[in-house]
Design a protein around this ligand. Structure first.
Ligand code: ADP
Length: 248
């Protein structure tokens, strides 16, 4: 599904501000896998995600999605991304229903309204946040957790093969975080969507996903297959030599 082969990314190459953000990174993510990426600030997690979405081109090496080196527009069609800010994944001035209609049409015939997919309503219901009962409500009126749940359901409405999550629970309270993580897991298990998720929350990395990747200074320093090896939040924290660990 995702294949990085000796990927190096150098920002501002040849200038005084040159920064090597990824160093010879090899990564293989199989279809249907749920991969969690952890690491200190500046470890290269976002750069790795940007390489996968085609936003940053490798300085050296290659990134293949479904066996091919795809342009950014093509990746947009087969993948969806949900970021930290719940307002970025929704259209705040539209109703929940309208948001879902637009999301379903992503990448096809522009942004026109279609029908709400019953599967999307089912996913909303499964979050138990009351969204399915308020389909006419404006998205801007929702809580952070509700917005992010809507953003997640929108992200999978176009049936993407790949879902990229960049600290998508970082701005949420613990209860909403739990709901959103349960939804994330459900999407992976029931829809079979391949997930690549960055998190700073070690207990999330312990609890969710089937593989944990630890990054440090532009490299993958550990890859833990949870089916073979149990992973603990405390263990992950000690692997990440960072001030960040104090906040989790
Ligand atoms: P993380 O997501 O793990 O915090 P990043 O991928 O954002 O790490 O950053 C890796 C390194 O690359 C950091 O040292 C960061 O300062 C640097 N970096 C990130 N983006 C840019 C950019 N656009 N220009 C220059 N340096 C960058």
């Amino acid at each position: 599904m995702i294949e990085l082969e000796r990927v190096t990314v150098i920002y501002n190459r040849g200038t005084l501000d040159e920064k090597v953000a990824l160093k010879n990174v090899d990564l293989l993510v199989e279809e249907g896998q749920f991969v969690v990426i952890v690491g200190a600030n500046g470890a290269g997690k976002s750069t790795l995600m940007k390489v996968v979405v085609g936003e940053v081109k490798p300085t050296f090496g290659v990134c293949r999605i479904m066996g091919q080196v795809l342009k950014e527009e093509k990746i947009f069609k087969c993948g969806s991304i949900v970021c930290q800010d719940p307002n970025l994944g929704i259209f705040p001035n539209l109703s929940i229903e309208e948001n879902l209609m637009l999301a379903r049409k992503k990448g096809f015939r522009g942004l026109s309204f279609g029908r709400v997919d019953p599967k999307a309503i089912e996913l909303l219901r499964s979050c138990e946040l009351g969204l399915e009962e308020n389909l006419k409500k404006r998205a801007s009126k929702l809580s952070g957790g509700q917005k992010q749940a809507l953003a997640m359901v929108m992200a999978v409405s176009s049936n993407p093969k790949l879902l990229l999550l960049d600290e998508h629970t970082a701005s949420l309270d613990p209860k909403s975080t739990e709901k959103i993580m349960e939804l994330t897991d459900r999407i992976n298990k029931t829809l079979g969507t391949t997930i690549l998720m960055i998190t700073h929350d070690m207990s999330i990395a312990e609890q969710y996903g089937d593989t944990v990747i630890v990054m440090e200074d532009g490299r993958i320093v550990a890859r833990i297959d949870k089916s073979k090896q149990k992973v603990q939040a405390s263990q992950l924290k000690s692997m990440i030599k960072s001030k960040l660990t104090a906040t989790t």
